[in-house]
Design a protein around this ligand. Structure first.
Ligand SMILES: Nc1ncnc2c1ncn2[C@@H]1O[C@H](COP(=O)(O)OP(=O)(O)O)[C@@H](O)[C@H]1O
Ligand SMILES: [Mg+2]
Length: 326
């Protein structure tokens, strides 16, 4: 996994921010401020590169993915694909863009229509976009089934007859049908049995090697992204707190939150593990209105942290972190 091949960015997030409206508690109450789910997130992903995004549940990972897919309005910033701003495309332009940017979602049970045959599920995007039909679409489906490691007769069956891992293969085949340059894989193995996770992660890697596709690969723990990512961004409460090449992150984590996440990766010695897990307290709760969002849980927090949000800056070559004290 060399990094030289990823030089030219394929997709970029530039200061992405997304807010969700918060409903009034009652009609006579003042309208609350919107919830800032993602704030000022910037990164770029090269061709054939995987950026892993890690953070606990509710930290804004899916929202970042949705922002790149054009599925949620941005409150500021932009998404750039091949040098082109894709954040405010018209309906028709967005549909054409969808060919190049696809998604694989977490739940392979909910995302496949149980009444459709697998061949029709995979062929649907080809037909919708007028790319292939009839025998051509049929041949393409056969090719895709083979590519994701499903038997040729799978096309005639319905999703309900497959295991979770196989369903995720179907979801991947459907995403690949359009030959996208970029795939947002949003926790694609989190809902699967531990025993099949590695197979699906390896499939993502093999497909990238064969097809040169780029991924934003979302997970809630560092163990899974390690196997697919070239670079990793750690998010906390909607902000990137650390970003670096994969090996740098595991070898020399900088941000106290990353360190805490790494401590939570199971280590063989259970006594050792218990001893190491005391570094982080509490859970993702109310976000402080000023200062570092991690400060309420941070063992290193000082007065400055509660006053002023630390910028994401290089602490070592190509290794960014947002912390005043690390
Ligand atoms: N459609 C929505 N409306 C309001 N709040 C939302 C919506 N989607 C997500 N959120 C909130 O935004 C935050 C980030 O959500 P999400 O991006 O799904 O996080 P993650 O994928 O990391 O679990 C969470 O607090 C979640 O409750
Ligand atoms: Mg999510």
């Amino acid at each position: 996994m060399s990094s030289e091949t990823h030089a030219a960015p394929l997709i970029e997030a530039v200061g992405l921010s997304v807010s969700y409206p918060v409903p009034r508690a009652a009609f006579w109450h003042r309208k609350p401020a919107p919830f800032r789910a993602v704030e000022d997130v910037s990164f770029s992903i090269g061709r054939g590169e995987t950026l892993g995004i890690v953070g606990e549940s509710g930290s804004g990972k899916s929202t970042i993915g949705r922002a790149l897919l054009g599925r949620v309005p941005l409150s500021s910033g932009r998404a750039v694909f091949h040098g082109r701003d894709i954040s405010n495309l018209s309906g028709g332009e967005m549909r054409r863009m969808r060919r190049h940017i696809q998604a694989v979602m977490q739940d392979p049970y909910a995302s496949l229509n149980p009444r459709m045959r697998v061949a029709d599920i995979i062929a649907e995007p080809l037909l919708v976009h007028g790319i292939a039909s009839g025998s051509e679409a049929h041949a393409r489906v056969a090719e895709l089934l083979d590519l994701v490691g499903l038997p040729a007769d799978a096309g005639a069956r319905h999703p309900g007859t497959f295991s979770g891992g196989q369903r995720q293969r179907i979801g991947i085949a459907r995403a690949l049908a359009m030959e996208p340059a970029f795939i947002v894989a949003d926790e694609p193995v989190s809902a699967l049995d531990v025993s099949v996770r590695a197979q699906i992660v390896n499939l993502f890697r093999d497909l990238q090697e064969k097809l040169g596709v780029s991924y934003l690969f979302i997970a809630h723990d560092l163990a899974i992204v390690r196997h697919v990512s070239h670079r990793i961004a750690v998010v906390y409460a909607g902000r990137i707190v650390e970003m670096s090449a994969r090996d740098d992150l595991y070898a020399t984590p900088i941000h106290p939150y990353t360190r805490a996440l790494l401590d939570a990766v199971p280590v063989p010695d259970p006594l050792h593990r218990r001893a190491r897990q005391t570094t982080i307290r509490g859970e993702l709760g109310a976000i402080p209105s000023a200062g570092c969002r991690f400060a309420p849980r941070c063992p290193l927090a000082t007065e400055q942290c509660r006053r002023e949000a630390p910028p994401l800056v290089a602490k070592a070559p190509a290794h960014l972190a947002a912390c005043w004290n690390a």
